[in-house]
Design a protein around this ligand. Structure first.
Ligand SMILES: [Zn+2]
Length: 165
């Protein structure tokens, strides 16, 4: 029988490839975290400019989520221009009318949640069920801050949406 021999060179090469992939993965993880933090900061400052009161509420809301639950927040939409809202309305007639959208007034944010570390992440997004969202504890925290939650709308599933009443 022929002896199976893997040349040491190939083992070294395989190891080098795996190690590189690992570092790329870790690097991407860190980059995503930094990008989320910068984006949150940018979206909150846009709101602060138009309505300092809602800026304070949303900042505290996000701080509480990140300290009281094991979830982190990524703001996916904050202040919206009337043009942007018009566009969204064209895409889906269930989206709020321009004058009714709290986003245009800086009084609403859409968020995704994620947890994990630099190696892996789990995301909670719009397609997750209202129950999944409730289980995070975020809905209770929103209640505490007097925020209206889009997951409780009857006609439109919008669990990412939180607005000042
Ligand atoms: Zn929204």
């Amino acid at each position: 029988m022929k002896k199976l021999r893997i040349p040491i060179r190939k083992i070294k090469l395989a190891f080098a490839v795996l190690a590189s992939l690992f570092f790329i993965w870790v690097f991407i993880g860190i980059a995503i975290r930094i990008n989320v933090k910068v984006t949150n900061w940018r979206r909150l400052s846009e709101i602060e400019e138009i309505d300092p009161g809602s800026y304070r509420i949303f900042s505290r809301f996000i701080d509480d989520i990140e300290s009281e639950t094991d979830w982190n927040v990524a703001i996916i939409s904050g202040l919206r221009s009337r043009e942007k809202q018009k566009e969204l309305l064209r895409e889906n007639s269930k989206n709020a009318a321009i004058d009714k959208s709290r986003h245009v007034l800086g009084r609403a944010i859409d968020i995704n949640l994620y947890h994990g570390n630099w190696l892996w992440r789990v995301w909670l997004k719009k397609y997750n069920s209202s129950r999944d969202w409730r289980n995070t504890g975020v809905v209770k925290i929103a209640d505490k801050h007097g925020l209206l939650w889009g997951g409780s709308y009857r006609s439109y599933h919008d669990p990412v949406h939180f607005e000042i009443n």
